[in-house]
Design a protein around this ligand. Structure first.
Ligand SMILES: Nc1ncnc2c1ncn2[C@@H]1O[C@H](COP(=O)(O)OP(=O)(O)O)[C@@H](O)[C@H]1O
Ligand SMILES: O=C(CO)[C@H](O)[C@H](O)COP(=O)(O)O
Length: 551
């Protein structure tokens, strides 16, 4: 009998640390969620572009949600635990205590978050070196990666942080250390955010060139000199102390972790699509693009051989699916942008009141309001003279330009609910055009993509999903389990438990396609025109910058 059919069921716990909250799920070996819990986490923004969190606050939230999802379950059936998290930088001293990453010296705030853009000067200097490792991040390192942040700490908080630091962790690795006491890092985090190569290891010359030779001198002990593929069982499993914190049995298998987008990728990209009539059914997995849409969106495309795509992170070997290369496109703010636009509008209080009265989310209310005002025309056409460029926090891909800003053209004097709803629609469309821009760039470099697999908080929004189908012209597959990122985390726990022989086997057995949303071909001409405007917007923004920089 195969693992997928065994009775009684085996369970795995997946823990997903997003930007705004921690989620946990109890998942069975068919990938079905049996329990789910969520808890918010704190974020500090002490100054513009500085975003900080607390590893103690995050661990406490992991304990709250894990205890909730295993309530009433026979604990001996739980076989494994897997973590994923945002790629934020955690700093601990030599005794594993939190160190401040801020000038105020608040040690509670010991995480520089992924979306923190404080290290602009540092990343410019790193890119100026033209070091060969940059080929593996799309040619340009992002300010959101770890090397510029580490350099910032050395240059700005030398005495209070840098000299005292004993351990720099990516957040997913911090969590697996906290659960097991094992300081080994995941290949996923080190390859994607720290310039480690799965084939050749660390590049001494890179760290020496950028001024962080300290790491080379102590054999990378502070950033990781033991590296494991995601899903491998760590040490002796869950430590007694962590077991007490989490309400789980000591000794269960704990997997080496993944970054959240990569866990989402595992949760959806291998889904069984039989019976949906999709073209990708007869194609290799490399024809699928997983798009994980939360605070940000991440576009995960895999290939058998390395593909170098300018402005798209990677190629990263074995960083998501073992044995395959990964390219990761991304948009730094998507869910956060929609929230920013909606919450900042003068009609937001009215929207909130009306949505509350109907017991709906503001997004569901806006979607039905758009349906009402569109009259006979397709809803997407409401934005014929309203266009948005969505890079309010710089462009991650494919332009890799952190100086880019958001743009809106077509504003009127009205500030009513109709106006808010149409701006919300134009923002969602702009995000979908950004995805099209990323797909076209990946295809021009050699990817051959036919189908999108969406997950993350934004995939719960039917308008967001339909716009991605219409604007890219590709079918969008949603998973049977909405919380696919948690399925990805549970897949890690399942692999670590030994219940599946490989990550690929666990992916095939634990993820299944649910709804499929097809593009509405009749609207294509309209979206093609809007896409032309989209590309003009950035061209114009660059022209404005050039005028202002001129004499
Ligand atoms: N039910 C929903 N309907 C529409 N949008 C949603 C819904 N739930 C979450 N979102 C959107 O998803 C975003 C958060 O996604 P999530 O995956 O929870 O983020 P993260 O992993 O970064 O914490 C929010 O910014 C919001 O715009
Ligand atoms: O860089 C990333 C993945 O490589 C993600 O953008 C980052 O981890 C944040 O994820 P989310 O938007 O889901 O909170």
């Amino acid at each position: 009998m195969s693992a997928g059919e065994q009775e009684p069921r085996h369970f795995y716990v997946g823990v997903d640390v997003g930007t705004g909250s921690v989620r946990a799920a109890l998942v069975d070996q068919k990938g079905i969620l049996r329990a789910f819990a969520e808890h918010p986490i704190k974020e500090w923004e002490p100054q513009c572009n500085h975003h900080e969190q607390s590893s103690e606050d995050i661990w406490a939230a992991c304990c709250v949600v894990t205890k909730k999802v295993v309530q009433g379950i026979e604990l001996s059936l739980i076989r494994g635990l897997g973590f994923d998290a945002t790629c934020s930088l955690v700093v601990l001293d030599k005794h594993f205590h939190p160190l401040p990453v801020n000038r105020e010296g608040d040690p509670h705030r010991n995480i520089i978050m992924w979306l923190d853009h404080r290290a602009v000067s540092q990343v410019h200097r790193i890119n100026g070196t033209k070091h060969s490792v940059l080929q593996y991040v799309g040619g340009v390192m992002s300010v959101e990666m770890q090397a510029p942040k580490l350099l910032w700490l050395k240059e700005n908080l030398r005495e209070t942080c840098w000299d005292k630091a004993g351990h720099f962790f990516d957040l997913p690795d911090f969590l697996s250390w906290k659960a097991t006491g094992v300081t080994a890092r995941s290949l996923c985090t080190l390859v994607c955010k720290w310039t480690y190569s799965a084939e050749t290891g660390w590049h001494d010359s890179f760290w020496k060139t950028i001024g962080l030779e300290d790491f080379v001198a102590d054999n990378y002990s502070k950033i990781g000199n033991q590296v494991l593929p995601p899903g491998v069982s760590l040490g002796n499993g869950l430590s007694p102390e962590a077991a007490k914190d989490l309400g789980l049995p000591p000794g269960i298998a704990v997997a080496s972790s993944l970054i959240d987008a990569h866990a989402g990728g595992l949760g959806v990209i291998g889904a069984d699509v039989r019976g949906h009539g999709l073209v990708c059914e007869g194609q290799p997995m490399t024809s699928r693009l997983a798009v994980i849409c939360g605070t940000s969106s991440c576009h995960m495309g895999i290939s058998k051989d390395p593909i170098f795509v300018p402005g798209i992170w990677g190629p990263y070997f074995s960083a998501m699916v073992p044995g395959l290369w990964l390219n990761e496109g991304g948009q730094s703010v998507t869910g956060k942008l929609i929230d920013h636009v909606v919450q900042g509008h003068a009609a937001f209080p009215e929207l909130q009141a009306k949505a509350t009265a109907r017991c709906q989310s503001v997004y569901a209310y806006l979607n039905s309001h758009l349906d009402l005002i569109k009259k006979a025309q397709p809803m997407g056409f409401l934005t014929v003279d309203l266009h948005v460029w969505p890079d309010f926090h710089g462009n991650r891909s494919p332009l890799a330009d952190l100086t880019l800003k958001g743009m809106v053209t077509g504003l009127k004097l009205s500030q009513d609910l109709d106006d808010l709803a149409i701006l919300y629609l134009a923002t969602i469309q702009a995000i979908a055009f950004g995805t099209r821009h990323i797909i076209e760039t990946m295809e021009a470099a050699g990817h051959s993509l036919s189908t999108l697999f969406l997950c993350g908080g934004l995939s719960k929004n039917p308008l967001f999903v339909q716009m991605h189908a219409d604007i890219t012209g590709m079918p969008v597959v949603l998973s049977q389990e909405v919380e696919s990122v948690l399925v990805g985390a549970a897949i890690l726990g399942a692999c670590a438990s030994g219940d599946f022989a490989s990550v690929q086997e666990a992916m095939a057995r634990m993820s299944r396609a649910g709804n499929v949303v097809l593009p509405r071909g009749e609207d294509k001409r309209y979206y093609d025109k809007k896409y032309q405007v989209f590309l003009k917007l950035v061209e114009h923004q660059k022209a404005y910058a050039a005028i202002m920089q001129g004499n």
